[in-house]
Design a binder for this molecule. Structure first.
Ligand code: NAD
Ligand code: GLY
Length: 368
């Protein structure tokens, strides 16, 4: 097992990473202060892992709260089901909310924990690759609004993050690839040796090699913990973790939540950020193609939806959380491994990026 630490003074917390950690009651129990626990999960994850978790919580008064599954349910009405469950079972301020599931469950359970009686304890047990490398760490919680992705929420840190890598064995291949989009992101924004490591091991990661998955998760969490430790509330550096997300969130919102998986939209959005960085002269065409090739090898979509026009993108990007004083800021690369957050680009370059022929670009790479 590896243990990392998110350093946030009195709100610091550990991230435990290892194969089979759901069978280790000691790790979890040391972070639960009261007698009441609510486990928030969904209809897909509950039959797979809820019993295992309940067996190590046998000495507590536990309320399982089982939500419908999917990004399309990451909204107010589903959040209300969590509050319904907590109030019906008379959970008091000493309760602990545990999120058992992917990023949708983690984001909603965390937001519910932040709001319930003005804040109760919260623990993350992420079960998708994406949630293990990204969403469970750093305290961003929330829900979607029809007009914008993750627009309603709170910064609310968990007490601990418990990552059992063996849960990935049941994850559908499409979801594994979606998680790899966020893993590749860390290499592209800040870690060239990790990018080269991923190029070497991407096939083994797709083949669920537990040792390599553990290493990829640990390196990703370490990168994220370092950034969050410096800039918890995204006043600067943390925004670099959103490479490809401004384009990606536009895709998710426009196509309808859940039609493109979050990681898939981030992958296509990352290709757009690579292309725009190249058009600005900050990446060579070879560097851009190196990023696209890795995303392709990870089984990810790298061409934005053909039905989306440049105006569709601009409309959704205008409500991005990085917009400040009406100015759009984007995460771009000034070289591989060197992300910047900038509004320093001519509109014509963004326009050309939105109009670029990604299909032709990718077909050329596939033919090589
Ligand atoms: P998800 O939560 O929808 O999970 C994907 C699918 O896998 C779901 O159907 C889920 O039920 C299923 N599943 C979960 N664990 C499983 C397992 N072990 N075996 C089989 N099936 C399993 O999606 P996700 O990719 O985990 O998370 C995406 C969400 O995370 C988005 O809403 C995104 O906005 C959010 N996000 C948040 C942050 C953050 O910092 N808070 C960062 C990145 C993404
Ligand atoms: N996923 C981006 C962040 O946590 O800031």
């Amino acid at each position: 097992m590896q243990t990392l630490q998110v350093e946030l003074a009195e709100r610091s917390y550990p991230i435990y990473i290892g194969d089979g950690l759901l069978a280790r009651p000691d790790l979890l129990l040391s972070h639960i202060a009261g007698r009441q626990v609510a486990v928030v999960t969904n209809e897909t994850v509950a039959p797979l892992y809820l019993e295992r978790l309940l067996s190590i919580l046998a000495d507590f008064s536990v309320t399982p709260i089982i939500l419908p599954d999917g990004e399309a349910f990451k909204h107010w009405a589903t959040l209300q089901l969590i509050f319904d469950g907590l109030l019906a079972a008379r959970h008091d301020r000493g309760t602990t909310v545990i999120a058992l599931g992917g990023g949708v469950i983690g984001d909603m359970a965390g937001f519910a924990a932040a709001c319930y009686q003005r804040g109760v304890e919260f623990i993350q047990i992420p079960t998708t690759l994406l949630s293990q490398v990204d969403s469970s760490v750093g305290g961003k919680t929330g829900i979607n609004h029809p007009l914008g992705k993750n627009m309603i929420g709170a910064f609310y840190q968990p007490k601990a993050v418990l990552i059992d890598t063996s849960t990935l064995v049941t994850l559908p291949a499409r979801e594994l690839s979606a998680g790899l989009a966020e893993v590749i992101k860390y290499g592209l924004i800040c870690d060239m040796p990790f990018l080269a490591w991923l190029e070497l091991h991407i096939d083994a990661l797709l083949g669920l090699d537990q040792v390599l998955l553990g290493e990829a998760i640990a390196r990703s969490c370490a990168a994220k913990a370092a950034v969050v430790g410096i800039d918890e509330r995204e006043s600067g550096l943390r925004a670099t973790l959103n490479l490809g997300h401004t384009f990606g969130h536009a895709i998710e919102t426009h196509m309808g939540y859940g039609v493109w998986l979050h990681g898939e939209a981030v992958a296509a959005g990352t290709v757009m950020a690579l292309e725009m960085s190249q058009r600005l002269g900050w990446l060579t065409p070879d560097e851009r193609d190196r990023g696209i090739r890795l995303l392709l090898r990870a089984g990810l979509p790298v061409v934005p939806p053909t039905e989306m026009t440049p105006d569709n993108f601009l409309e959704h990007m205008a409500v991005d959380k990085k917009v400040l004083d009406g100015r759009l800021r984007l995460v771009l690369l000034k070289g591989l491994g060197a992300a910047v957050v900038t509004s320093d680009f001519a509109h014509e370059i963004l326009d050309a990026t939105l109009r670029a022929d990604y299909r032709a670009m990718v077909d050329k790479l596939r033919d090589e």
